[in-house]
Ligand binder design. Structure first.
Ligand code: HEM
Length: 687
């Protein structure tokens, strides 16, 4: 597969389709990234495997408006509103697309081998900054000794690194990194010095733009006799040629550094005088110095990119590989690289928010004096192959990833239009390319750590919140279940109550069948009829106290117990019953019951009684106060009543001063004159 030219993705204000259309078409590599290489960063629903670099994309992976894969380029949704635009080869960061769904779309391309980042509109610059912080390494501004080593290594003329200057991991040997961190970032050792460079020469336009800083190096390199032999020896050892490889052999790097150091003193005047003399389409490689781009592959390629770019976003110039004929498969990054990169993106996506809320080091004024940038060629521009129009590519700035219009894309850059100086291109954008102070470095370093920590905290708190929500939901569901059960029990209880009432009514009907047709008895006591009010003092249940005394001339005196009930039911009469018992045996003895009536509006009383001895009598009299005196008006008896028959009867009831009811009965028989037969005092036991 031919590696696509990278170039700048244009700054597009419009829809994504227009943006993707500006990207150079490319065939697709068969990178088969395992999904597990994306540890928890990209939700699967946002990135289906079949969408990976598959032709015919963009496709929608569950998100109706979010294409995740485009022809030759993959758009990763790293976080809400943040998308990273990647190439299909080597996972090269091509740009960060921020909030592309918004009307104002800002896209900045990260030029390969760009040592500085580009500030975009709004937060884009900040995002890029954060991203680069995670993907690349800053220049050791506070370590002068090591800074000199770095500057020698990068071989840039008239260029001063700033706090926004970065160097990607590919320029460091594998042993320059310490152990991997949890978030897949490699930690650059404090003593690390970049040593792997594949410096290419970029074709310049006729106006002389893009005078490369490499010109002097090319010259110097031409003077280094050992370059060619080094390249040859590397090829013999199975390494890639100088034009192919993204890395250089250590020997070659040492030679190159020696050459560069030797030429450092003469570099400035040479650049001023002879940049135009730099042969176009030449690449300067660590081992072989400048070499014709058309030279193509020389010998075997060096080992996989993972040796030098293990896990880090490669900054290899795809165009170089293209020109040299090296396919992407040769530089296919290992899965761990994807993991690391995704981890970086993940961290970046979060840290960007974090940074927005807490501004970092203030930027310096735009007009601050800074080194000229227009003399610094873009690595991506240099690396474009002839078929990609690389020779006409405008020189990019290593200090600024200048946004490019679609017509200025890497595939068809205008040859006759000189690019604006980088400083102009980024005018109004981040332009504080002055060296950062120690405090700024410390702040930035601590900020990066805080960003990562914040990411972990965020992830943890998010999981914790989700867990709490789930727990609360479970509790609510449980309570709802309990409430439902209680409601069912209440419903069952109501049903049982209804059934019991029905059963009780049925029992009542069965026990009192003759009353079933009557209205239910009232629980309220009947209101006494005012007619019987003069006799109300007689109402109640009374018990003999002491036992009654029985006498008669023909009888032995005797005692007896008696229970008296005098009541009413609202009628104009009183109901009574007298039930006597033997005081010792409690056997029933004399019993009688009847009614007491009052003649309305008088004190005349009629006493009607039926006795168990077979006598029925009517007595009449008067009530005066709490005393009732009556005498027999008529007496009837059964035909076989026991003799002697009673001829007359008199009674007197009174309520004594103690509140007791007294009754005195006298009678006359056929053998005895009127004589007292009974006297008894009752105490009231119930109202
Ligand atoms: C107003 C109601 C009563 C009348 C009119 C009545 C009438 C009579 C009469 C006519 C005799 C027969 C007397 C005799 O042989 O010479 C008698 C006897 C007797 N009475 Fe009464 N009596 C009344 C209430 C009671 C009561 C409340 C007792 C209470 C236990 C009672 C106990 C007796 C006894 C024990 C005898 C004697 C034995 C007997 O003949 O059974 N009487 N009564």
């Amino acid at each position: 597969m031919a590696v696509r030219a990278t170039g700048g993705v244009p700054h597009v204000a419009g829809d994504l389709a227009a943006l993707l259309a500006c990207a150079p078409a490319s065939s697709h590599t068969d990178l088969d990234l395992p999904m597990d290489a994306l540890p928890g960063v990209l939700p699967c629903r946002h990135l289906q495997k079949q969408c990976w670099l598959s032709p015919g994309c963009p496709v929608s992976c569950g998100m109706s408006s979010t294409p995740v894969c485009a022809s030759g380029q993959t758009l990763w949704k790293v976080h809400s509103g943040v998308f990273v635009f990647l190439s299909s080869d080597n996972f090269q960061v091509r740009g960060v697309l921020h909030c592309w769904l918004k009307s104002s779309l800002t896209l900045r391309c990260l030029q390969e081998h760009s040592f500085c980042f580009c500030s975009g509109q709004g937060d884009t610059g900040s995002y890029l900054f954060q991203l680069l912080c995670l993907l690349s390494h800053r220049f050791p501004l506070k370590d002068s000794k090591r800074l000199i080593q770095w500057l020698k290594a990068v071989q840039r003329d008239n260029w001063t690194p700033t706090k926004y200057s970065f160097l990607c991991s590919e320029h460091f040997t594998k042993d320059s990194f310490s152990k991997r961190l949890e978030d897949q970032h490699r930690l650059l050792k404090p003593t690390a010095v970049p040593s792997i460079f594949h410096l290419t020469e970029k074709k310049r336009g006729p106006a002389g733009h893009g005078r490369t800083r490499r010109k002097e190096a090319s010259k110097a390199k031409a003077g280094v006799s050992g370059h060619g032999s080094t390249a040859a020896s590397r090829g013999a050892a199975g390494s890639s040629s100088s034009s192919e490889t993204l890395m250089a052999k250590p020997e070659a790097r040492r030679l190159k550094r020696a050459a560069l150091q030797g030429e450092a003193a003469a570099r400035a005047p040479e650049e001023a005088a002879g940049q135009e003399q730099t042969p176009p389409s030449l690449q300067r490689t660590p081992g072989a110095g400048l070499a014709p781009v058309a030279g193509g592959s020389q010998g075997e390629r060096e080992g996989p990119a993972s040796e030098a770019c293990d896990g880090n976003p490669p900054c290899a110039d795809g165009a170089v590989a293209d020109k040299s004929g090296i396919s992407v498969e040769d530089f296919s990054p290992p899965g761990s690289g994807a993991c690391k990169f995704i981890g970086s993106l993940h961290s970046y996506s979060f840290s960007s928010r974090h940074t927005r809320e807490r501004p970092s080091v203030p930027r310096e004024p735009v007009d601050r004096k800074r080194p000229r940038r227009e003399v610094e060629p873009s690595c991506s521009g240099n690396s474009l192959g002839p078929d990609k129009g690389m020779a006409q590519s405008p020189p990019g700035s290593s200090l600024t990833a200048t946004p490019q219009k679609p017509s200025q894309g890497p595939s068809s850059p205008p040859a006759d239009v000189p690019p604006k100086p980088a400083a102009e291109a980024v005018k109004g954008e981040l332009s504080d390319a002055s060296p950062m102070s120690i405090n700024e470095v410390i702040l930035s370093a601590s900020g990066a750590c805080k960003l990562i920590d914040s990411l972990h905290s965020y992830c943890f708190s998010s999981r914790q919140n989700k867990s709490q929500v789930c727990c609360l939901r479970e509790q609510v569901e449980k309570k709802n279940g309990e409430l439902k059960s209680l409601r069912q029990r209440v419903s069952r209880s109501d049903s049982q109550v209804r059934q019991l009432r029905e059963k009780l009514d049925e029992l009542r009907r069965l026990s009192l069948p003759y009353l079933s047709g009557l209205p239910p008895p009232s629980r309220e006591p009947p209101k006494m009829n005012p007619v019987v009010e003069p006799l109300s003092w007689m109402l109640g249940t009374w018990l003999s106290d002491p036992p009654g005394a029985g006498t008669f001339p023909t009888l032995q005196p005797f005692q007896y117990l008696e229970e008296v009930h005098i009541s009413h039911v609202g009628q104009p009469m009183l109901n009574f019953s007298f039930n006597s018992f033997h005081p010792d045996t409690r056997k029933p003895m004399h019993r009688e019951c009847g009614f007491i009536r009052l003649k309305p509006d008088t004190n005349k009383v009629a006493f009607v009684s039926a006795q168990n001895t077979g006598i029925v009598e009517v007595e009449e009299g008067e009530v005066n106060g709490q005393e009732l005196c009556i005498a027999s008006h008529s007496i009837a008896r059964i035909s076989f009543a026991k003799e002697p028959h009673v001829e007359q009867i008199t009674r007197k009831f009174r309520l004594n001063s103690e509140g007791k009811l007294e009754q005195t009965v006298s009678m006359a028989t056929t053998t005895q004159p009127m004589t007292q037969h009974l006297h008894v005092t009752y105490k009231k036991v119930t109202p």
